[in-house]
Design a protein around this ligand. Structure first.
Ligand code: HEM
Length: 238
């Protein structure tokens, strides 16, 4: 339920604040960076000195470190490229697509870095000592890591200053890696949910609907574009 609530909240805020995000994007990047730094500090304190938050603040912190805010921003970026371009919602989302991707990536930095360091320092030595082979666990860490590595160049080249220095074709070719990133994100989450003692069907079905629906919309859109292209070509040839 936290995922759905976060997605709804992030969607509402992004649609209400579209023009503000467009104009004052650095303010939003700073806000995302501030949240990322506070989240990282708390996680380090939690691991080293058993510090514990409570109540609503704990829920917000968990939502941040578990990557739920980031994934919600990425879902908006995905749907901006898949929904009907004539819709007002799509136009709004498309106008701040890069900004949403940057905010999502900034907020995912603590997730990737803290969880990976925790894996290397705490989990891996335990796995080696026990001589066990938790295949699903190791797979979701590996898939997450590959996704995280792919995200870095996508994140850097989303900044207008960097994008301007690249050729249009080169930038577009690089951005195609975003599809692999979306796939790995879903695969990472799926493996996490399958690794839990009891499968949380609500979470599994929610993520699956969001990602499969995106894939179907995107395939349909590509098919329409191809039909329009071949129609244009045949008209030119006649
Ligand atoms: C170094 C890379 C990564 C590592 C080590 C990692 C590790 C983890 C771990 C350990 C969890 C379980 C957290 C928990 O149950 O409290 C998790 C959950 C999650 N990860 Fe990652 N992750 C990585 C990259 C990514 C990437 C690139 C994404 C893309 C957005 C992502 C999205 C998520 C989401 C959304 C969840 C929460 C799923 C849920 O509980 O509903 N992760 N990750």
């Amino acid at each position: 339920m936290i995922f759905i609530c976060t997605l709804i909240l992030v969607t509402i805020l992004s649609l209400l604040l579209t023009s503000s995000i467009k104009k004052n994007y650095y303010l939003y990047y700073s806000l995302a960076t501030g949240i990322a730094i506070i989240t990282s500090f708390y996680e380090i304190l939690r691991i080293t000195s058993n510090a514990k938050l409570e109540g609503v603040i704990l829920t917000l912190e968990k939502t941040s470190i578990r990557g739920l805010i980031s994934v919600s921003f990425f879902i908006l970026v995905m749907y901006a490229g898949a929904l009907n371009q004539k819709w007002t919602i799509t136009k709004k989302l498309r106008s701040i697509r890069a900004e949403l991707a940057i905010i999502g990536a900034i907020m995912l930095l603590p997730h990737g870095i803290v969880y990976f360091i925790r894996f290397i320092i705490l989990k891996l030595p335990r796995i080696i000592n026990e001589g066990s082979l938790p295949v699903l666990y190791l797979s979701y860490i590996a898939v997450g890591l590959i996704g995280f590595i792919i995200m870095i160049p996508l994140f850097i080249t989303s900044f207008k200053k960097i994008r301007r220095k690249m050729q249009g074709k080169q930038w577009k070719r690089l951005q195609r890696w975003a599809y692999l990133f979306y796939f790995l994100t879903y695969f990472h989450i799926l493996l996490i949910l399958l690794n839990e003692k009891e499968i949380d069907w609500v979470r599994l079905i929610s993520y699956t609907i969001v990602f499969i629906n995106y894939m179907a919309l995107k395939l349909l859109k590509n098919k329409e574009i191809n039909i329009a292209k071949s129609f244009k070509l045949s008209k030119m040839n006649n």
